[in-house]
Design a protein around this ligand. Structure first.
Ligand SMILES: Nc1ncnc2c1ncn2[C@@H]1O[C@H](COP(=O)(O)OP(=O)(O)OP(=O)(O)O)[C@@H](O)[C@H]1O
Ligand SMILES: Nc1ncnc2c1ncn2[C@@H]1O[C@H](COP(=O)(O)OP(=O)(O)OP(=O)(O)O)[C@@H](O)[C@H]1O
Ligand SMILES: [Mg+2]
Ligand SMILES: [Mg+2]
Lengths: 155, 167, 155, 167
């Protein structure tokens, strides 16, 4: 069991630092076992270093920075244990324009062999999509139409 | 396996039958506040067998059923239904078909009925089949509105526990 | 005590429906006592009706709709009991472009005799501001500059 | 009464002395993720006497003090300080001055010192003065990041209780 765990853990760690570096343009993300000699008796710490800042535990980062770290963590598990689909509901709500753009590019790059269904209000996400579905209310009931690709966010 | 089609009828704000055809890759869902975007995600949780109405943002099962609109002339519905069709060419779902559809109905008393390719089955049968392909209603692959930082806000112990569950 | 409460309650109710109608372009917002004959033995229900939809308890509304209702409620108290200042940290995160614009206009209209300090990442809010402060990180430490009014969001 | 000036030194990400001059009306604070916007709001809560470090998103008092940056060459600070100057021409603060400044220092052991117009006073003295003008660290007029729907998510009983507190 421990051997199996360590193999998985090391693979996710590697994925995490690669994806975190991509999302942050050169930052460093690290997963560390609190008790490496006996993993299950301790927890897993998540350290993040954003460009120009010191390394710190993710709990001390800002709202947007914690969203970026959570998304990188989720995508690092995805590479290891492919879930058939992902549903994200406005995960970009607290991201600034630059981070939204980086996220959109990263999702696009990782979408081969995966399915992302992403609810968003942000233009930069919509512009990178492969398919866009517009939801609207008509006569008190929700409807959905497939939108042509080069459209602005419905507002 | 991926989601090929979702059909929603009388589930939350979907008073008419709505069909959504999805493809693999990067799909975006957008629209004004209150248009029904999160309700689509609730519909997926519902058909995957989610029992906690709180996770679908309602206080009881009748909150899941379209409650009509006097002005628009549409009536309160008595049953909500969602059908999800998976593309299964890779046979990750242990069913020997290219398309596998699951369906769930619920009435205002909270009685649910589940269907697999049109045949009535138990909830347990649906959950067991989905689990083999790494699908469950409360899975880490579904991130609800307002919880984007959840994976960063876990304690180290919770993170280890989530890791053990995944492996 | 009850008389004093009822006078205050009625005033806030009136403010709430006026501000809610302004924020939603004609929607109806209502505060109701669960036990009008003995107010303190019950609670206060908050009903909202967005244009084209039926009246419903606010708990059943969407994320963006609940943000709009909460802001209207807060501003309705402000008219009654003026707080010297308001600090809002990204209250517009889940609002679509139309609601952001309406919020920005409403804050601008209500800012006579009040002080709003609003943290935002949305262009439409920045464009309606009377003063803009840009925060940025330099050498690992935060700094702030006052920005000239006609500037885009710093990203 | 309104906030005329905030001075922040070695509080969270503010390693240098930063001065912000505010006016009444509609002030916007914007900037990239992680630049320090929410830390400004935490600085205001701090100087108003907030004791719960959780509300300022740190686990203990030393988390409130600038922890430096080896690469940038700046050292860990030992004390954080925030000073808030109110414009008081309307005399809503029971002090007969046009400008009233409050200040708070904290060291890494969690010892705080409070100042009113430069004179050392107790925390209680500051809180009593502010309360008369409707100011408190946990007031409804401060909406923290991620809590925009809080006032809508209250139960009817909580809403009544909040109402009673206000009147
Ligand atoms: N004691 C400290 N010393 C130095 N930096 C700190 C300290 N505590 C927190 N920080 C850093 O302060 C930075 C800014 O945090 P803050 O939450 O204010 O950002 P923000 O501008 O609100 O960003 P967002 O748009 O993501 O919400 C973070 O990167 C965080 O790591
Ligand atoms: N049982 C029901 N019958 C009819 N309408 C309902 C029912 N339950 C919820 N609604 C309505 O569904 C609407 C859409 O909700 P939903 O949360 O999906 O919106 P959304 O598109 O995600 O909006 P936002 O951008 O604000 O998050 C809301 O206006 C809500 O009042
Ligand atoms: Mg939503
Ligand atoms: Mg912030």
């Amino acid at each position: 069991k421990q051997e199996h765990f360590m193999k998985a853990f090391n693979e996710v760690c590697e994925n995490f630092s690669t994806i975190f570096a991509k999302l942050t343009g050169g930052g460093e993300g690290r997963l560390e076992l609190q008790k490496p000699e006996n993993p299950f008796s301790g927890g897993v710490d998540l350290y993040v270093q954003f460009p120009g800042k010191p390394m710190r535990l993710v709990a001390g980062a800002s709202g947007g920075e914690r969203s970026v770290a959570a998304i990188a963590y989720l995508l690092s598990i995805q590479k290891f244990l492919k879930a058939p689909f992902y549903l994200f509901d406005e995960i970009d709500a607290h991201l600034d324009d630059l981070n939204v753009l980086k996220l959109a590019e990263t999702l696009k790059e990782n979408s081969d062999g995966a399915q992302f269904i992403v609810v968003t209000l942000k233009d930069a996400m919509v512009q990178n999509a492969e398919r866009i579905y517009g939801v609207f209310n008509q006569g008190g009931s929700s409807r959905v139409i497939a939108l042509p690709l080069k459209l602005e966010v419905v507002s | 396996v991926y989601i090929k089609k979702i059909m929603i009828k009388n589930f939350k704000s979907f008073g008419n039958l709505v069909k959504l055809n999805f493809e693999p890759g990067f799909n975006i869902v957008t629209g004004p506040n209150g248009s029904g975007k999160s309700n689509i995600i609730d519909a997926v949780q519902f058909v995957l067998g989610e029992l906690h109405t709180r996770r679908m943002r309602v206080s009881d099962h009748s909150g899941l059923i379209y409650d009509g609109n006097e002005e628009g002339g549409s009536q309160k519905a008595s049953v909500a239904q969602v059908t999800l069709t998976f593309e299964n060419t890779d046979r990750n779902l242990a069913i020997d078909k290219n398309l596998v559809s699951i369906s769930r109905k619920v009435d205002r008393q909270g009685n649910s009925q589940y269907y697999l390719n049109g045949k009535r089955v138990s909830r347990r049968a649906i959950l067991d089949m989905l689990e083999m392909a790494g699908i469950s209603p409360g899975g880490y692959n579904i991130v609800l509105q307002g919880t984007a930082t959840r994976l960063s806000d876990l304690t180290p112990q919770e993170r280890m526990k989530a890791f053990e569950d995944l492996i």
